[in-house]
Write a protein that binds this ligand. Structure first.
Ligand code: SF4
Ligand code: SF4
Length: 92
């Protein structure tokens, strides 16, 4: 089974009031970030670079809370979503 197919089995509850649980601390650091590893390490493609502005956009709704980006970049303020929100794994 492909990773994308497995991800479709999970449920997500988006915190639309509280907003993103993943915050880029300083966007100016991203502009001079040569590697932009956030674009490659996330299994869910949460981080995307806007083609027009060059800014890194965070699609936090798709995050599976694996913590990889937290290790990969210290310019990301990483938290779990508020209680009751985020991913719900169907198989534990
Ligand atoms: S979020 Fe981190 S890895 Fe991604 S571009 Fe910004 S500084 Fe680089
Ligand atoms: S915690 Fe995992 S799934 Fe969520 S944004 Fe970071 S790398 Fe992607």
């Amino acid at each position: 089974m492909r990773l994308e197919d497995k991800l479709y089995l999970d449920g997500y509850k988006t915190d639309e009031t509280g907003g993103s649980h993943l915050i880029i601390k300083d966007p100016s650091v991203c502009r001079s970030c040569a590697l932009k590893q956030c674009l490659y390490v996330c299994p869910c493609a949460v981080y995307e670079q806007n083609e027009n502005t060059g800014q890194i956009e965070v699609n936090y709704e798709a995050c599976v809370e694996c913590g990889t980006c937290r290790i990969a970049c210290d310019n990301i303020d990483w938290r779990y979503p508020r209680g009751g929100f985020g991913i719900a794994y169907k198989f534990g």
